[in-house]
Design a protein around this ligand. Structure first.
Ligand code: ADE
Length: 245
């Protein structure tokens, strides 16, 4: 998979050299390129923003600078293929594990990381005539720019690429996995720590009981912490015992 990130703070993306994402890049599973938007500015000060039409606080990023940057980045794609453009913004579509899976199936993603009050709205309008565009939001809070959102999305997507997470089983049983539940609590040695015991059933070696206990815990946790997720469960996936929990 190829991912391009356009930003005025390329250094913000340096954590992507580390850990699983760094390994995916080294292994050639992920071709990640970070670009400095200011390289497409045309004045001596490398200006990328201007005052908003209609007045108001803050600055708006210039469509001409962004347009030139995207034309070059997208134009550098092989054999006329187009990427999916992702624009992080608090007014975007909520980023979820489902969307991460959808993006992991794409061959090429381009992030346009806005700062200040955002990018001139014509940028997305124009890009959408040539490529799929998704404006996405990490959640209902405001960040200073799209860079942290790009970091989050790249990590969530890269770990779904084949060969990146060593044991693909760990993708199945995690929170927001296929069953739609939060993950059950996990424990390791020692069996007693600061007076707290690992639940007996996990030491029993009885696989059926362990599986049932984990499912109960996952259901209970999800009901307590995320009733919105319980409401979205497919009733056909619940057995009689699930309903008691
Ligand atoms: N940029 C600023 N706030 C954001 C958010 N909540 N999600 C994605 N991008 C953002």
């Amino acid at each position: 998979m190829r991912i391009d990130v356009v930003t005025i703070f390329p250094d913000y993306l340096s954590p992507l050299d580390l850990s699983l994402v760094g390994k995916a890049r080294e292994a050639g599973v992920l071709d990640l390129r970070v670009h400095d938007l200011r390289d497409w500015a045309t004045d001596r000060h490398r200006t990328v923003d201007d005052t908003p039409y209609g007045g108001g606080a803050g600055m708006v990023m210039k469509p001409d600078v962004w347009g030139a940057a995207l034309d070059d980045v997208v134009g550098s794609g092989a054999d006329g293929r187009m990427p999916r453009l992702l624009v992080p913004t608090p007014s975007g579509r909520p980023f979820t594990q489902d969307l991460a899976h959808e993006l992991a199936a794409e061959p090429w993603l381009v992030f346009a990381c806005g700062r200040y009050e955002g990018i001139d709205a014509r940028l997305v309008e124009d890009a959408a005539t040539r490529m799929p565009v998704t404006e996405l939001s990490l959640g209902d809070y405001v960040l200073n720019g799209g860079e942290v959102a790009a970091l989050v999305v790249v990590e969530a997507v890269a770990r779904l690429l084949p060969g990146v997470v060593g044991n693909p089983e760990s993708l199945v049983e995690e929170s927001h996995g296929a069953d739609g539940l939060l993950e059950y609590p996990v424990y390791t040695k020692p069996p007693t720590w600061r007076g707290l015991d690992v639940p007996e059933v996990l030491l029993s070696g009885h696989h059926g009981n362990v599986a049932r206990w984990r499912r109960d815990q996952a259901l209970r946790r999800t009901a307590e912490r995320r009733p919105d997720l319980v409401a979205r469960l497919d009733p056909a996936t619940l057995d009689a015992r699930d309903r008691e929990v």
